[in-house]
Design a protein around this ligand. Structure first.
Ligand SMILES: NC(=O)C1=CN([C@@H]2O[C@H](COP(=O)(O)OP(=O)(O)OC[C@H]3O[C@@H](n4cnc5c(N)ncnc54)[C@H](OP(=O)(O)O)[C@@H]3O)[C@@H](O)[C@H]2O)C=CC1
Ligand SMILES: N[C@@H](CC(=O)OP(=O)(O)O)C(=O)O
Length: 346
């Protein structure tokens, strides 16, 4: 069976990767539409490296009837207006924004972690894709949790500017260039200079509750991990923007209920779906963000015992945020949907 697929936000960082990945993985496409705002109407974009070009359509006039799957990567505002319209027209929405992630009637899916949860999608005909930092972390945590039960996670992120969209990438490029040629540029997308700097602030600050003083991004890592993996896991995150174009990195400390040795963890991770263990204790025996760009895997390096707690491990986790953190995960969800549900209806 082949599907009629719409990519909403097709001109953006994530939307373009969705088109690349649909083409790369030879997703069974009966028809494909590229949709964005009125600003991009009529623009021509590539359908990955398939050789096919697509004319961008304006979402305001787009009729979702007769389309099977819509991959949304347009942010929460446009999604709030158009995702329910698509879902009501019978087109299953796979949404990358944060809008529906914590909705109890919407499954939040990472196919390597909780594929079975997709079965609840019919309530709203919407499936949510997680936050990019959460997606790669739960891929790393899941196989270890299955064996030794994770109680608490302490994570610090090093998030690339592509997580803030095209505008974030342009700001890093222009600031870096400006610093070399003596031009001044005022931060717009980020709160401070991002070139040759790091900024410990992603998302709005929270004003109330147990997580007061954390940011929205940090709370997403907590809540989304609990929804996807296990509501009993405690997560405390510090999210930091770094001057890297693509690829998010995370330093993760994990406390387990049961003992687990480094050798056991290594053997488990080596066999786990979506993970590449690259961990030689020598110069260069670990993965950095520039090396993960364009890849599907979540890379784990620097695995070691955390001797400061009982049953503790520490590791370094790197992945392409536009791929596993967004577009790849969304396409994997579409593949899962096809295997578990749409095919049966055919
Ligand atoms: N970047 C990341 O690492 C991740 C991003 N996401 C989510 O994916 C979404 C997109 O992110 P990203 O691609 O980085 O952002 P970009 O800014 O690069 O792209 C935004 C896209 O949304 C479209 N768009 C904006 N406004 C509207 C509108 N009113 N109607 C229709 N389309 C619109 C834009 O179209 P146009 O060109 O016409 O303006 C463009 O195609 C966000 O929800 C983000 O939270 C999720 C996980 C990870
Ligand atoms: N906030 C992430 C990108 C992302 O996933 O955002 P959201 O959770 O709003 O989809 C970043 O800036 O790197």
């Amino acid at each position: 069976m082949a599907y009629k697929v719409v990519v909403v936000g097709a001109t953006g960082n994530v939307g373009r990767e969705m088109l690349n990945i649909l083409a790369e993985r030879q997703f069974p496409i009966a028809d494909i539409a590229a949709v964005a705002s009125a600003r991009s109407q009529g623009d021509i974009i590539d359908f990955g490296d398939s050789g096919r070009e697509l004319k961008v359509q304006n979402i305001e006039n787009f009729d979702f009837s007769g389309w099977d799957i819509a991959l949304f990567a347009a942010g929460s505002g446009p999604t709030k207006i158009h995702a329910p319209r698509a879902a009501a027209a019978g087109c299953t929405v796979i949404d990358n924004s944060s809008l529906y992630r914590m909705d109890p009637d919407v499954p939040l899916i990472v196919p390597e972690v909780n594929p079975h949860a997709i079965d609840g999608y019919r309530k709203k005909n919407i499936i949510a894709n997680p936050n990019c930092s959460t997606a790669q972390m739960v891929v790393a945590l899941k196989p270890l949790h299955d064996v030794a039960i994770i109680r608490r996670v302490v994570v610090s992120t090093y998030q690339s500017v592509s997580g803030a969209g095209k505008a974030g990438m342009d700001e890093l490029f222009e600031q870096s260039r400006g610093i070399f040629v003596g031009d001044q540029s005022t931060p717009e997308k980020f709160t401070k200079q991002i070139a040759f700097n790091v900024i410990p602030h992603i998302g709005d600050f929270l004003e109330n509750g147990a997580y007061e003083g954390y940011t929205a991004e940090e709370l997403k890592m907590t809540r989304e991990t609990q929804k996807i993996l296990d509501p009993e896991i405690e997560v405390t995150a510090t999210c930091v923007r770094v001057p890297v174009f693509v690829g998010h990195s995370e330093a993760i400390n994990i406390e387990f209920e049961k003992p687990i040795s480094v050798a056991e963890a290594r053997a488990i991770l080596r066999e786990s779906p979506g993970i590449m263990l690259v961990d030689k204790r020598e110069d260069g025996g670990y993965v950095t963000p520039v090396e993960c760009v364009g890849d599907y895997a979540t890379f784990i390096s620097r695995l070691r015992r955390d001797p400061t707690v009982d049953n503790g491990l520490a590791l370094w986790c790197v992945s392409d945020n536009l791929r596993k953190g967004a577009a790849l995960n969304a396409v994997q969800i579409a593949e899962l949907l096809g295997r578990r549900h749409l095919k049966k209806a055919a």
